[in-house]
Design a protein around this ligand. Structure first.
Ligand SMILES: [Zn+2]
Length: 156
């Protein structure tokens, strides 16, 4: 049986990101502590070099596959950072609502997606199509980094 408490897993996208083995995330981590890291998704990881601005990821540092694998402390930290990040998206980015989802079909290291819904988003784009609204805010690395700096100004 795999021991996921032993440390970073080679080749894991999230472990590699936390260890600085990939390109830096846009604007750097928004917030991080001994158990948790919050980042903006990276346009360089998409085929079109373009992301939905405000799409954040909350991740345990430990290579835990899903919510059910978190320790009580990790769960508290992930929940608190998710709440804080959602508050920052509302206060600083103007989100009217923040969706949260764990998908995990591609990378077996928990990453909780937070996706803001901005005012004016047509009903047909709500929830899992919110990032497909053509008039929603999209951008590259520079735009994501600029938003990260603004969100980071919201102190926990
Ligand atoms: Zn990992």
């Amino acid at each position: 049986m795999a021991d996921d408490s032993a440390g970073p897993v080679a080749g894991c996208y999230v472990c590699d990101k936390h260890r600085g083995l990939r390109h830096a995330m846009p604007g750097g981590p928004l917030w991080a502590d001994e158990l948790t890291v919050v980042t903006h998704i990276d346009p360089r990881d998409t085929a079109v070099d373009d992301v939905y601005l405000g799409h954040l990821l909350v991740e345990p540092r430990r290579h835990a596959p899903g919510l059910a694998d978190l320790t009580a402390d990790e769960a508290r930290h992930v929940g608190q950072w998710a709440s804080h990040a959602a508050r920052a998206l509302r206060e600083e980015a103007g989100a009217e609502h923040v969706y949260a989802a764990v998908i995990g079909d591609g990378v077996p290291h928990l990453h909780l997606h937070l996706m803001p819904r901005y005012p004016g988003t047509p009903r047909e784009y709500w929830w899992d199509r919110v990032n497909e609204w053509p008039d929603g805010p999209h951008g590259g690395v520079a735009e994501a980094a600029e938003l990260v700096a603004r969100l980071r100004s919201v102190t926990p």
